[in-house]
Ligand binder design. Structure first.
Ligand code: OAD
Length: 242
């Protein structure tokens, strides 16, 4: 490992759980009684856009009632102190990482606070409710907006940049993700192939646990700040070994 290790972090719904946002595969999973096919696929949207808009409008509205937690804040501390390569990849569509202060952040599954116009192809910031009668802020066409969320069967965003970062990372950390959804679930194997140190932070073992060198088990708000404290002194010491 170089004296300025490159760090890639992947987060999932578990990092926002203690802020009050439901995870996908927990007992009261985020699909809220809907079938995934109905609310998280292009076909579901085509079949019933009103239902899909209502589902994401509720989730967008819920953002104003939650705050970033100590896990989000620990990652900001890490980003600010890390000397060179740092990339935070999130599967989450909430805005808690940016509200905490993360900047080197990529939302690979899109964002609740953006809309995508099917007519002009542009993505734009969006607040409040969206529906079949909404106008695109860019091309002004009516009825062509969808939530800018990557649905099942669609290609996640930033894949080239993410795989380039994974292929040169020295440390890869996956936080609060169940390891069920690809391509994110396979990132640890790319990092392993590159020879990176791989660490999983989760409440419990996951479908991907066996691929990690180390596991830190417990709630994100406790385990992640402790891990960040462990990593930062290493970084500071390494500056003196140059
Ligand atoms: P999941 O709901 O599948 O998994 C959440 C993970 O977080 C589980 O492994 C939990 O054990 C863990 N967890 C929950 N609370 C925690 C806490 N307080 N501290 C630590 N760990 C905790 O969510 P994701 O893995 O993010 O995609 O799901 C991946 C993708 O599946 C989502 O981005 C979404 C979904 O389909 C799309 O919508 C495209």
């Amino acid at each position: 490992m170089s004296s300025h290790p490159s760090l890639v972090i992947l987060t999932g719904a578990g990092i926002s759980a203690e802020s009050g946002l439901a995870t996908f595969r927990g007992a009261e999973g985020l699909w809220e009684g809907h079938r995934v096919q109905d609310v998280a696929t292009p076909e579901g949207f085509e079949h019933n856009p009103g239902l899909v808009h209502r589902f994401y409008n509720q989730r967008r509205a819920a953002l104003s009632a939650v705050q970033p937690n100590a896990g989000h804040e620990a990652l900001v501390r890490l980003e600010k102190s890390w000397p060179v390569e740092f990339l935070l990849i999130t599967q989450n569509v909430d805005d808690l990482h940016e509200r905490a202060g993360s900047r080197k952040l990529r939302h690979m599954h899109g964002e609740l606070l953006r809309t995508l116009c099917i007519a002009c192809g542009e993505s734009s910031p969006w607040q409040g409710g969206m529906g079949p009668d909404s106008f695109c802020p860019q091309c002004m066409k009516k009825g062509k907006l969808r939530p800018d969320i990557v649905w099942f069967g669609e290609m996640p965003y930033f894949m080239d940049e993410i795989f380039a970062a994974l292929n040169r990372c020295d440390i890869f950390i996956a936080v609060g993700t169940s390891g069920h959804v690809y391509p994110a679930a396979g990132f640890v194997r790319t990092a392993n192939a590159r020879g990176a140190r791989t660490i999983e932070v989760n409440l419990a073992d996951t479908a991907a646990s066996e691929s990690f060198d180390e596991r830190r088990t417990g709630p994100v708000t406790q385990v992640l700040p402790a891990l960040v404290n462990e990593l930062l002194p290493r970084r500071i010491w390494s500056r003196f070994s140059d």
